[in-house]
Design a protein around this ligand. Structure first.
Ligand code: ZN
Length: 133
């Protein structure tokens, strides 16, 4: 497997309508897309920072993954996403190294990317995502 860069950092927020203007005004960034990912029960907002994106995540359902995360831990950094050449290959490599997978194979995430998550219990507490175009 080969990681080229950090594709994005996911940040859980309670309210995109408050968080987007904050990122724009406090940091001078521009939100270039807002997208709902229904199977993840989130609305996402994207900002480009060099090669990396900031992905703000607002829950659309208290029972969804971001709703549960905020209820337990509050707002803050939710996950780290590595850009890889091949998600299936990266998952296979990670599994061979003893990493527990959340997703056994790639699925479609925001921006049409192929994504998969690794379990934070086996990655020193960091929910880790692989993604590829
Ligand atoms: Zn992500």
């Amino acid at each position: 497997m080969k990681i080229s860069h950090i594709e994005h950092i996911g940040i859980a927020v309670e309210n995109l309508e408050q968080a987007i203007p904050f990122y724009e005004k406090a940091f001078g960034l521009t939100c270039y897309a807002v997208e709902e990912v229904t199977d993840q029960k989130v609305r996402t907002a994207f900002f480009q920072v060099g090669q990396t994106k900031i992905e703000l995540l607002e829950s659309t359902d208290p029972e969804g993954p971001i709703g549960k995360f905020i209820a337990k831990k509050g707002q803050g950094i939710h996950h780290l996403a590595f850009a890889v050449d091949d998600v299936a290959g990266a998952l296979k490599h990670a599994e061979e190294q003893g990493v527990t997978l959340i997703d056994k194979g790639p699925r479609k995430g925001a921006e049409g990317l192929n994504i998969a998550f690794l379990h934070p219990k086996s990655t020193f507490g960091v929910l880790t995502e692989f993604c590829a175009e």
